[in-house]
Design a protein around this ligand. Structure first.
Ligand SMILES: N[C@@H](CCC(=O)N[C@@H](CS)C(=O)NCC(=O)O)C(=O)O
Length: 254
């Protein structure tokens, strides 16, 4: 039987969405296995990892989204590459991707969890999408532990959420400035891992309808959070990420 690669995820995670988008775009066959936190560790720990996404291919196990995108680039046909051939442009793409991974992804998660964790039924929808039935049944028992782990490991509280939102706005400003000369993509004239990383990692602050997981409806979220989403949506960077979702998320590049 032919080996089918496995992607271990939280369905809602923006780092998992980043990899899902790259897999879909490069037409890489895979099956997604979603888990409820912290039960994902039952799968990631035996593979030598901890966080999700983890991609298990026939040849290797990849435990980080940046490594997964680089691997996909090596197996994708030339017209589906995620990184430019030019070493200078490639370096630029990798730098931007690393910055979005290290800063944007973390800040926006800290901000988003501060609001979402206040509503247990929203968290049930977010964390249970696609998980095995037995894990869903365990949600009531797991939720207090998972919430505690998120609060403590991501340092989620009101002041940190305010700072994280400001930091997110700062990164959006840098991206808006970069786009202000009218360019269509962040680096060169093609869609790359830099665009994909910005759009997917900013998605919790923009709530694009094309997102690969199911976000709550805005009316389920606190007013203050919705106002902040609207502000991000109105920026040049926000409009650009929403455009990428519309134009590039499910495109079949022939
Ligand atoms: N550097 C990692 C970050 C992934 C990450 O932070 N994943 C979070 C979900 S958004 C996670 O798995 N947290 C639970 C854990 O670390 O066990 C990547 O880019 O793949």
């Amino acid at each position: 039987m032919k080996f089918l690669s496995r992607l271990i995820t939280f369905r809602i995670s923006h780092y998992c969405e980043k990899v899902r988008w790259a897999l879909d775009r490069t037409s890489f066959p895979y099956v997604e296995e979603c888990h409820l936190p912290p039960l994902h560790r039952l799968k990631t720990t035996p593979l030598g990892g901890s966080s999700v996404p983890v991609l298990v291919t026939e040849a290797q196990v990849f435990k980080d989204s940046a490594d997964i995108l680089k691997y996909l680039n090596t197996v994708a046909p030339p017209h589906l590459k995620l990184y430019p051939d030019s070493p200078v442009l490639r370096h630029e793409v990798e730098e931007l991707e690393a910055q979005f991974n290290r800063k944007l992804g973390i800040s926006i998660r800290q901000w988003g969890y501060f609001y979402a964790l206040q509503n247990r039924s929203v968290m049930k929808e977010l964390w249970c999408e696609g998980v095995p039935a037995w894990e869903k049944l365990l949600f009531p028992a797991m939720f207090p532990l998972a919430r505690h782990l998120v609060h403590s490991s991501y340092n989620v509280h009101h002041e940190s959420a305010v700072a994280a939102y400001r930091h997110t706005q700062h990164i959006f400003k840098l991206v808006s400035d970069r786009l202000s000369d009218g360019r269509r993509y962040l680096v060169g004239d093609c869609f790359s891992a830099a665009d994909l990383a910005f759009a997917s990692l900013s998605a919790p602050g923009l709530v694009p309808p094309e997102y690969g997981g199911r976000f709550p409806e805005l009316k389920q979220l606190p007013d203050e959070m919705v106002e902040q989403i609207q502000i991000l949506r109105e920026t040049i960077a926000g409009k650009y990420a929403l455009r990428l979702y519309q134009e590039e998320r499910y495109v079949k590049v022939m």
